[in-house]
Design a protein around this ligand. Structure first.
Ligand code: ASP
Ligand code: MG
Length: 404
């Protein structure tokens, strides 16, 4: 007997028929003799619809009331699914975040889990009940409802799996696993049997968005084995865990991120402390910086370019402009029509020739590189957005489709 946590996404529980299918999957796991805890998301577009409803009434609702509203979507799902399992004659109970003691901080709409009391879940499992838990929600120290940020139900599931020391945490979704690249955009994309947490973190930030990033971080921290699989086809998905057996290729996948922009601060004085002064200004705005490039000084000036997410660009530029007196640059150049393409794989930088093959592929595809960044597990290039899809395609062909 094992403890299994299953999570079903919004599209998997979108209507009565789908809820019945999900109930069937849960029933099978339970009938095999496992302790089963299930985390559900809100049905289909419910969360978006609720946000729209709120804005019809108040364009600027308080975040507390917003969380009060958004948490209802998940509550609907667990009650409905419990009813489906009841009808099948199975012992089941649905519980909200508050009922399971899911404590978070007070950062409404983006709350972080602090601890899970867990005694209620344990008691229900002892009674051999299937426990359905509302994803995405918790309570703060005032017992007010909070939500974990969009896509947060994955994190709920992993946190519960960690608390219960579950044997497996299955994330059911509408795709059948994690792919070498976004299968909607690249025909030859293929499903991975296994992937490491670190690779998953790099791949999650792009296209397919199979898993909430924080859920993967949490899984890594508590060593929770994840399986990403389809709720439509009964077949194994992709396992996300720490140790991955070494395959022929070191490359695990290719990620594309179009939510990036490049800011170039041109004509800074070429003297010590300029990078510090510039990035202190940016950090004060709480803006994340990704790739950084500094040019060689010439005629006593230098340029520093960096990337941020597109939504942060305006704030970053404003803050830098406001500090012009201390930074004394010539001008700022902003490009939002760029994209970051990353080759992701364990130990990729220590695998001789991988980066050079990547650049050769880009050269052959006549793609111009704006910036390059490397880490232990990825090589990223910043390219024009119009070239991004072609870049992914060419890299995928070179790294995955020539293997035979
Ligand atoms: N229902 C929430 C959302 O749509 C949480 C989730 O689905 O994970 O973002
Ligand atoms: Mg999701």
């Amino acid at each position: 007997m094992a403890i299994v946590v299953q999570k079903f996404g919004g599209s998997s529980v979108a209507n009565a028929e789908k809820i019945n299918r999900v109930a069937g999957i849960i029933a099978d796991k339970y009938s095999e003799g496992n302790d089963v805890v299930v985390v559900l998301s809100a049905q289909g577009d419910t969360t978006d619809d609720l946000i729209e409803k709120a804005h019809e009434i108040n364009k600027n609702p308080s975040r507390r009331e917003m969380d009060m509203l958004l948490s209802t979507g998940e509550q609907m799902s667990i009650a409905l699914c419990a009813m489906a399992l009841e009808r099948m004659g199975l012992p089941v109970i649905s519980l909200t975040g508050w009922q399971i003691g899911m404590y978070t901080n007070s950062d409404y709409s983006n709350a972080r889990i602090k601890r899970i009391r867990g005694d209620r879940i344990m008691k229900e499992l002892d009674k051999h009940r299937i426990v359905l838990v509302a994803g995405f929600q918790g309570v703060n120290k005032f017992d007010d409802i909070t939500t974990l940020g969009r896509g947060g139900s994955d994190t709920t599931a992993v946190a519960i799996a960690a608390m219960l020391h579950a044997d497996l945490c299955q994330i059911y979704t509408d795709v059948d696993g994690v792919y070498t690249t976004d299968p909607r955009q690249v025909k030859g994309a293929r499903k991975l049997e296994e992937i490491s947490y670190d690779e998953m973190l790099e791949l999650a930030s792009m296209g397919a968005q199979v898993l909430h990033n924080r859920s993967v971080e949490l899984a890594k921290k508590y060593n929770v084995e994840l399986e990403v699989l389809s709720s439509y086809e009964r077949k194994p998905g992709t396992i996300v865990r720490e140790v991955v057996k070494v395959e022929k290729t070191k490359v695990g996948g290719i990620a594309k991120d179009t939510n990036v922009a490049r800011i170039a601060v041109v004509g800074l004085e070429d003297e010590p402390g300029m990078a510090f002064k510039l990035f202190r200004v940016v950090a004060k705005e709480n803006i994340n910086v990704d790739i950084i490039l500094q040019s060689i000084g010439r005629h006593n000036t230098k340029d520093i370019s960096f990337t941020t997410s597109r939504s942060d660009v305006d704030r970053a530029v404003k803050a830098i402009e406001a500090a012009k007196d201390t930074l004394r640059f010539e001008h700022i150049d902003v490009a939002t029509d760029v994209a970051k393409v990353s080759l992701v794989g364990l130990g990729i930088m220590s695998s001789v020739g991988t980066a050079s093959l990547m650049f050769e592929v880009l050269y052959n595809a006549k793609v111009n590189i704006n910036m390059i960044n490397t880490s232990e597990i990825k090589v990223s290039v910043l390219v024009d957005e119009k070239d991004a899809e072609r870049t992914v395609q060419a890299l995928h062909e070179a790294f995955f489709e020539d293997e035979g």
